[in-house]
Ligand binder design. Sequence first.
Ligand code: TEU
Length: 657
Amino acid sequence: MTMEGRARPERAWWKEAIVYQIYPRSFFDVSGDGVGDLAGIIAKLDYLQALGVDAVWLSPIYRSPGADNGYDVSDYREIDPQFGTMADFERLVREADARGIRLVLDLVVNHTSDEHPWFYASRQGIVPYRDFYIWRPGKNGGLPNRWRSVFGGPAWTYVPERDAYYLHLFSPKQPDLNWDLPAVRQEVYRLMRFWLEKGVAGFRMDVINAIGKPELDDEADAVGFERVINHPKAFRFLEEMYEAVLKGADLLTVGETPGVTPEHAWRYAALGRGPLGMIFPFEHMTVDVGATKWEPAPFDVVRWKRVLFRWQTKLEGRAWPALYLGNHDQPRPVSRFGDDGEYRVAAAKLLAALLLLQKGTPFVYQGEEIGMTNVRFPSIDDYRDIETLNFYREGRERGVAEERLMAAIHRMSRDNARTPMQWSAGKNAGFTSGTPWIRVNPNYREINVEAAWADPDSVLHFYRALIALRKRVPALVYGRLVPLCPDDPAVIAFLREDEAGPWLVALNLSPAPTTWALPRPIAGRPMVRVLDNRHRPPAYWDPATPIPAAWGDKEAAAFAGVGGGEAAGGPETGAPGERPSERGGHGVGPSTFAGEGRRDAPVGAAGPDGKQTAADVRRGSWEVERPEAFRLGPFEARVYRMAPSGHRRRRPGEGDG
Ligand code: TEU
């Protein structure tokens, strides 16, 4: 990772990293059994390197009966045979390391599978395993309490051998571990050390804010998970984990913590004081749903923006944000927050800018980089996710119309994010030579990596441009975020700034053109547009090209010179094709990754022969503008480098004023 500019006291690799989440069973299948595997991930490491990825978070790869696609672990120290062998994993670690890519595993320790040997022993009452889980006698001839599972049904299941019920906040095949028992915690710490010794660089910790259980004589008729999260014991257990395993190790740790506030982040992930490095917020995933995820609510940009900005401002200086717009549990962002029809490409690029240019560590979920969309399978038989299938079954039992259930599933099912990664327009989108475990999204013929790589205007190359920019500019990693126009109904705009001066990000999250009057004091200030999602990216981010890490007369002159003289300021009226870079060449390098994808592979305009010419490199589109307002087209996104507030370029003939 190269980061120009001054060292920062709080610098860490995981703060500067681009993290890519892989859902292994849907990523790439080498064995031909229709399920993605570790060999498939190895085969795509060049692609990930060419994208600019620094770390990969793998959803669970441990042995599992697959009741919840691996989030039900039956052996924490074995690779599930459907993904390969431990030798495959060790090869993956070596091959990733050779490309500067670290591996982060999914630590699923709030619960195990009911097929884990610990649970078999616990059912039999064998010490010490009898108390490894949470057993309670029935109450008044019924369940211990009225809690429901996240996946529907009660959160308790009766076991005759114990004449008692065990707690499962998720499916009955996912019994909750009893973290009150020191022996359970020691087993978890031992298995964490096992993987760290294998070269793992950190953990994403599944529902880790649920590990502290309250007294269970709770009378609430509620989803048990919601009655459990953020119990003080969860913090204490994590602080013990920090002392026992994490302290002093240079690891990426991120807690998956539904239902947290920024104040919780100050506790779980206090800057420099642990126990975790980051936590995933969920509040920005709730603005378009009602009492449950299946009940829609209008997506309100102002409300969403307020949530995003509140987390940014409240975490500033106190905790490091973890940024995401999608993952294996959430619908595809371009369908949910953008547009997956006419403006799909522009919207996917805009959301990429929102994800990659906020302050924090960005987590890109597989397929987001090519603008993969939700899927609309016609039949419930095409779905695989336990949560989706339970929702459908319970709905039909209650007499809910199939159309209504399928509409909710099309909108919010976790399978929207779990259809196979779309590599090419070939059979099964190039994902497998076998029968895929879940059907491929029918739009794979248009939306796939091969087509994206060959298209200089693709979402994929826009991600590469943004990632390249972010890696070169300290302010885009460590600079604070200053929200702008909080009440604008469509524009999300903010500054990223450090002592070298501000960068401006302006995003029109709407299919309608809009005029955004720049607020004082940035209106009229000299600025240079270095990236937008409507014009072919300028070649500036070719490593050979200087970009303004710090604004000074020489940079401004360089920018001005590049644009062929400083253009007059005033409202931007540029239309596509008017910018020099638009006249740039085509082609962005090879259309295959085998051995060709290099982290510093230049992207952007290049000559007809696919080579980057010096003229292309010089010919960015960097006129210095002094706009009072932007006219932003549908889903238009722009990134500007601004002169620092104190900066005042001397105009020709002016004294040293
Ligand atoms: O998800 C926990 C969690 O927050 C879920 O309730 C999630 O928000 C929900 O599925 C969205 O509809 C974690 C894993 O990410 C998920 O895949 C597992 O199913 C779950 O824990 C149990 O391990």
